[in-house]
Design a protein around this ligand. Structure first.
Ligand SMILES: Cc1cc2nc3c(=O)[nH]c(=O)nc-3n(C[C@H](O)[C@H](O)[C@H](O)COP(=O)(O)OP(=O)(O)OC[C@H]3O[C@@H](n4cnc5c(N)ncnc54)[C@H](O)[C@@H]3O)c2cc1C
Length: 458
């Protein structure tokens, strides 16, 4: 491995768009999570697929690690250059390349963010629904198989990526998928790269499935006296087929944090935040039906509105919940962890987690995309207080054990990165070794995001 030679070669390709400045390296060595700062040796800012291909060919020749970088919002240390090397930042490849109204798809570069895409789509009557809260890049979202508040209705990135252009470790450029809505032509290579966290190739173009902007939207919020009733309401909503477009849970601690942060006055109780998409009549009917169910389950009232401004305030509050929680404990940082279980086991998973956190020395508000059986604990750790980080890691570990015991997964959406690698064998058994075989076939020298996702020997 010769990182310096690779950097010299890439410098010859990009000129001053390859930088070794401390500021750039540091900015690409931090993450939203608790992992220590791990700067890469250099940061590259390519502008074309050809440049990405030449970077990878050079890095392959010199055995230099390469880590893709979208918006840097991932939560399990995914984009940290733990073995050094070159970080490839896609922020200059951020164009919307084409929109095909008739087929409802769009082709984009990986650095385009989901908010920027939806701004550009506004006049078309179409939108891209996957919403991880953070304004992540579409390349990063595909690489982590992101999902979020709207997944209960529109699916994850796996459901909404039709095809990809990918640069392989040796610099070859391949295309996966077509613009057709379905295919039976061979291995599903698109889904292989979606969720591969930059370990199999770098994504340089994505063709995305778009959806029609709903004619009408209603959204509302309701409180419950206890967490169990809120979660049971979610389960009943899904089982009765009430067509929610979003159904989000926030616990009483989160309500308190949001009140303090955003000047709101939510009762200090668990809440559900819900949205419906359809015609003016159907969204009113759905909201009414949901409100009746909430009251039957002992919660409510369900206050809803068809007005855009009310809805924006509600979802802005939800999207800021993470930052409200961060602000709720001075000097603390967050260990964010997510698990996902079958919907029938959701109440058990949330209740056990709540009790476990309550018995620990640290606060840990719970929020989640509960319509998918997915929830997060934001474990707030004060570095000065001995034992708190260890307590958070132990809680996160027990959450994963709980998820696996209940038939679920170690992570519903945040992904594996460094933080969840230790659970891959328990979740996948021999399949994890097979993932290592795929990795070796596509990246024989192991230069792509080493130290992540696959078995350590790879
Ligand atoms: C407040 C907050 C809320 C969040 N909520 C959610 C949520 O609800 N749902 C959810 O899924 N996630 C959530 N996340 C996590 C995060 O937003 C997602 O993981 C997101 O998909 C990461 O995208 P990014 O552009 O920031 O990627 P980065 O963090 O830059 O990179 C993530 C991974 O993708 C790789 N990568 C990046 N670009 C490429 C590329 N072009 N080709 C190949 N590999 C690449 C990187 O090497 C890395 O392994 C949240 C994060 C925050 C801070």
């Amino acid at each position: 491995m010769n990182v310096d030679r690779a950097i010299t070669a890439v410098s010859g390709i990009l000129g001053d768009r390859l930088t070794r400045s401390d500021a750039d390296r540091k900015a690409h060595g931090i993450s939203e999570s608790y992992f220590p700062v791990t700067p890469p040796d250099a940061v590259a800012y390519p502008e074309t697929t050809e440049e990405v291909s030449r970077i990878l060919a050079a890095c392959s020749e010199h055995g230099c690690p390469v880590v893709g970088w979208g918006a840097g919002t991932s939560l399990e240390g995914h984009a940290l250059a733990v073995r050094g090397g070159i970080c490839v930042d896609f922020s200059r490849m951020d164009k919307l390349l084409s929109v095909n109204d008739a087929d409802m798809d769009a082709t984009v570069q990986p650095g385009l963010t989901r908010e920027a895409l939806n701004r550009e789509l506004r006049a078309t009557g179409l939108f891209f629904p996957v919403d991880p809260g953070a304004n992540a890049s579409l390349g990063g979202m595909a690489a982590t198989r992101a999902s979020g508040t709207t997944t209960v209705r529109y699916g994850t990135m796996a459901d909404n990526v039709l095809g990809l252009e990918v640069v392989l470790a040796d610099g070859r450029v391949i295309r996966t998928g077509t613009r057709a809505r379905k295919t039976a032509a061979g291995y599903d290579m698109t889904r292989l790269f979606v969720g591969s966290e930059g370990t199999l190739g770098l994504i340089t173009e994505l063709t995305l499935r778009l959806h029609g902007q709903p004619e009408a939207i209603s959204a509302g919020v309701c409180a419950f006296d206890d967490m169990g009733a809120a979660v049971d309401t979610v389960i009943a909503t899904i089982q009765f087929g009430i067509p929610v477009a979003r159904i989000e849970f926030v616990d009483a601690d989160t309500a308190a944090a949001v009140n303090a942060y955003s000047g709101m006055d939510f009762p200090l109780k668990p809440h559900l935040l819900v949205e419906f998409h359809g015609s003016p009549q159907s969204v009113a009917d759905d909201a009414t039906r949901f409100g009746e169910l909430v009251e039957e389950m002992g919660g409510g009232p369900f206050r809803w509105s068809p007005k855009a401004e009310d809805r924006s305030a509600l979802w802005e509050m939800r999207h800021k919940a993470y930052y409200a929680i961060l602000a709720s404990r001075k000097g603390a940082r967050a260990v964010v962890t997510d698990i996902c279980v079958p919907i029938s086991r959701l109440a058990e998973a949330v209740e056990e987690t709540r009790a476990d956190i309550a018995a620990s020395p640290i606060p840990g508000p719970i929020i989640g995309h509960v319509g998918d059986g997915n929830f997060h604990a934001i474990l707030m750790v004060n570095d000065e207080a001995p034992g708190e980080l260890a307590a958070a890691k132990a809680l996160s570990h027990r959450m994963v054990e709980r998820a696996l015991r209940l038939g679920g997964t170690a992570t519903g959406e945040h992904g594996v990165g460094m933080g969840k690698t230790d659970y891959m064998e328990a979740e996948h058994g021999q399949t994890w070794a097979a993932m290592g075989d795929i990795k070796r076939a596509l990246d024989p020298t192991g230069i792509l995001n080493p130290g992540k996702l696959v078995p350590p020997s790879n």
